[in-house]
Write a protein that binds this ligand. Structure first.
Ligand SMILES: Cc1ncc(COP(=O)(O)O)c(C=O)c1O
Length: 440
């Protein structure tokens, strides 16, 4: 018996020692990287763009052909045909960039001074700048914080007799609520222009976004899921509108394309042959990349959704495919010992997981007030309407989202599944250490 006791005591002492060593060791590995601990990951996430021999060959072919302009070459036309067929649209017009695609579309719809265009406040500034360039008035409708998209339930209340267009954005590649938006458009006889600049291959009820509204616009700017440095496109099934867009983007020329015959005013907003050649090559990988993002995002969502205080953006029921240009979630600091989002992002970055806080409230940008104070706007809009603008364009849900959102870029979803495990591990680690981080 005494021997037994001694053995138990000894074993007890030994295992307590082992436990203590283990705790000490795990405390060392659990120490936040920002406080000198070991980061969860040190490897970089996949780089962007993907460049291979095919891009090089295509680029050199255009270079050596000397046909760098679409009026001489054939790449832009080929890209238009390929992209239209892929999305299931009747027409595609390649443009210099996404901003010009939006400007051309608004022009074709006849949007101009005195008109109101409904826009979300949670978007890249180009959506709104395209409206301002027409000297039209952006009317902001608040964001659905669950999805980060325009809150379709609030659109009808913003419609007036001056509303000429609804311009929803499929933000981050997740489709806006198109059932509701298209229904409102039909009911009030207002065209819907889809800003699909971040939503390559995203689908609403198994149809590609950009093809459901009257017109849809893409961007192929460097960060985008389909990329030619700069570039854009307009998709439509309306042949008359297509012809107006085509003509306007080509200095107002008629169907002949080149020469000096003009049928309207316009601008040169054409895509170059180099851009189109790159897009035709990048298109060869776009499906595979898109599927990788979808699989990784679904896996990441399962993990992050289990962490108290982390709420991944929800998709609408009609959204059958998300392009995941951005992976968005909301961060509730009360579940992280009140660690401010900026500190959370810094700690996450130190763990090898770069995230950002995303957009600030666009409807509160001082440049809007400056624009409305301009001579042109004051000549067009009655003082009373300009004075009432701020009050009419409050978006409280969006303000809150802008304080809570965290974004990961699309390239972070292109690697192996282990990358997702590490992202979730980094968030869990910060939560465990949040109290220490909050006082550091
Ligand atoms: C939602 C949205 N709209 C419009 C644009 C404008 O596109 P671009 O930069 O190609 O002009 C972008 C991209 O930058 C965007 O993200």
């Amino acid at each position: 018996m005494p021997n037994d006791l001694t053995r138990r005591k000894l074993l007890g002492a030994a295992s307590t020692g082992l436990l203590a060593t283990r705790i000490a060791r795990s405390a060392a590995t659990d120490k936040p990287a920002i406080l000198g601990g070991r980061p969860v990951r040190t490897a970089p996430f996949p780089s962007w763009p993907v460049i291979a021999e095919n891009e090089e060959r295509a680029w050199m072919k255009v270079l050596r052909s000397g046909k760098w302009n679409r009026l001489d070459g054939d790449n832009a036309r080929q890209f238009e045909e390929t992209w239209a067929a892929k999305l299931g649209a009747k027409h595609c017009l390649a443009t210099a960039n996404g901003t010009s695609a939006l400007i051309i579309s608004l022009n074709a719809l006849g949007i101009g001074p005195g008109d109101e265009v409904i826009v979300p406040p949670y978007t890249f500034v180009a959506t709104v700048n395209a409206v301002l360039i027409q000297h039209a008035m952006p009317v902001f409708v608040d964001t659905d914080p669950e999805t980060s998209q325009i809150d379709a339930r609030k659109i009808e209340a913003a419609i007036t007799e001056r509303t000429r267009c609804i311009l929803p954005v499929h933000l981050g590649g997740s489709p806006a609520d198109l059932d509701a938006i298209l229904e409102i458009g039909r009911k009030h006889n207002i065209p819907v222009l889809e800003d699909a600049c971040q939503a390559h291959l995203a689908e609403w009820r198994h149809r590609k976004v950009s093809t459901l509204g009257t017109l849809g616009c893409f961007s192929f700017q460097a960060s985008k899921n389909l990329n030619s440095g700069e570039g854009g496109a307009i998709l439509t099934n309306d042949s008359d509108l297509y012809r107006v867009c085509q003509s306007f983007h080509n200095n107002g020329r008629g169907d002949t394309g080149s020469g000096f015959g003009y049928v309207r005013n316009g601008a040169n907003l054409r895509m170059t042959e180099f851009q189109a050649a790159l897009l035709l090559e990048q298109l060869k990988r776009v499906e595979d990349q898109s599927h990788s993002r979808e699989k990784n995002a679904a896996y990441l969502t399962k993990q992050l959704a289990e962490i108290p205080g982390i709420r991944p953006a929800r998709m609408y029921d009609g959204a059958t495919r998300n392009a995941y240009h951005l992976y968005i979630f909301r961060y509730d600091k009360t579940q992280f010992a009140n660690l401010p989002r900026a500190q959370f992002l810094k700690a996450l970055h130190a763990e090898g997981v770069p995230g950002s806080g995303g957009y600030t409230p666009l409807n509160k940008e001082p440049f809007l007030k400056h624009t409305f104070d301009s001579r042109a706007y004051r000549a067009i809009y009655p003082d009373k309407q300009l004075a009432a603008w701020t009050e009419r364009n409050q978006c409280p849900a969006n303000d809150k989202l802008c304080e809570e959102a965290v974004w990961f870029t699309q390239t972070m979803l292109l690697g192996p599944r282990e990358d997702m495990d590490q992202i979730a591990d980094a968030v869990r680690k910060i939560q465990r250490q949040a109290a220490a981080l909050a006082v550091a």
